[in-house]
Design a protein around this ligand. Sequence first.
Ligand SMILES: [Zn+2]
Length: 571
Amino acid sequence: MAEFEFRGLEIHDSTQIWNLDEIRRRLDFMVKNHMNAMVFHEPGIEDKIVFPAKFLGGSGDPASYYDAFLEVDHAILFHALRENLNLNRRDYMNHVIREAKEAGVDVYFENKELWFSDFILKYRKELMQDGVICPSDPFWYEEFLPYKYKELFLALPDLAGIVCSIGTGEARLAISNTFACSCERCRNLDPVDWYKNMIMALHKPFHEAGKKLIIRDFIYTKDEQERFRKAFMDMPEEIVLSLKNTPHDFYPTFPDNPLMGQVSPHPQITEYDVNGQFFGWGAQPSAMLQDIRRRLRYAKDHQVTGFLARTDWEGVQDWTCFDNPNMVNLYAIAAYAENEDTREEEIYLRWLSGEHMIREDLTPGQLKRCVDTVRDIMDETWPIVEKTNFVNGCLFSNDSCMHLTPDQFTFIGGTHHSLSEWDPEKKDALEMTVENIERILRDKDEAQMLCEKLADKVCAGNMGLTEKAYEDLKEHFEFMRWHVRGFRLTARGYCFGRYVREVKADEVLLNGQTAFELLAGTIREMEEYHDAVCKEPFISKYPYDAQLNPERIRFYTDALRQIALAAKRQK
Ligand SMILES: [Zn+2]
């Protein structure tokens, strides 16, 4: 079995991308753990480097980056003053690329197209129709993309390539915007043609500059996935496909991405979120070793030749696995990609010693006990997180934060991030039958019971870590305890609230109590919970105060109160 050729680390937090110390910290890890690609994920990052001069009045054929700049320096002063800073940002980026190269690491950008500056509308006024920018105008693929990337590679000649999402609504302009544009072309557009045109437009400057073009599958439904696959298969073989390990987004409860292995002879890489946008951000620790190992094996079996480990998320500023216990997942993916038979103890040892978390004066026996204890503790985390942040496999959190209302969960877990799209057996996962409610609540009770025990175990005594590392670990588990307690309550509120509203308020549901009584009881418990959380020391710290924001707890409790009031009025 060939090893993974592309071993990438993705930095998503734009404050860190532009912080040289942070970049060095990551490069240091990469050298020690044999990784070779660093990916800067920031929508519009290329716009911090390119002008693009052609659309400010340039010739469209500058010989160098400075030539491009001099073609438009006056226009920049008049129309787009911020572009003045691009020269300095380019110097920073070229420096980073040079340092990375010395460490054996290639640098890539990860962005979303279409992305552009507003002066583009002055260059091509017809793009704006009825107050909407038209995404299907041939300008985008005939002129805009080919020129922009040509200029980018003049600016950063040693940039290895780009990982690009096309067609996502997270871009400034996407195919999904065609519904907003009323032009004839948008109304009759075949999405397959649109994808093809855009990707082929990108391909030309990449091919000429010898850069790697990696396209992401940013897809929400099976139909979209099939359309995308068809379009992709007609394109030049050298275009790489980057696939999330699971369809739609990084949910460990979801099946393997069905697109994997379906695009040969295109090379494929797989993405894994080691920090856990959906499993607690490492604020509540969640060791994913077994899942990572299995997903990598599945990827290898489906002709995947690279992986990209996401270490943070743009939605949570200044927070990365490099600062929390989910760092063990990054050690794991690097280790398993090289040798899937690496022992778990070995990975825990690499993590603890690599991050200088072990006390230096331990005897060999104490060292072994320390590593074993940490492994035992971390092994128990994901089963708890799964029963907390998911309901029957459906995402039960607002990106790991507490929901604002019960309806928000029905939308996120049931519709927007629907599991049933990919696993038909889960179509009744959120049904409000008595049996299903009992199953959901049993999971939450069990998660709480397991978590209290686990947190007690962590607090029972230092297993051999430095004082700082131990205090930090304790704090994470103390937080996790409260997180699990809170999600147990919101799940109860969700079930009882929906039962009151959709089925029957005064029907006995559980333990001889009616749904209404159970809902009223949960509201009281949530009020007490809110007050107790506010007294905990962790709540003054970031990002704990974001994930379990007391404002969110109050908001959710209020939403439950509204449901109870409405039921009372109906009586
Ligand atoms: Zn249009």
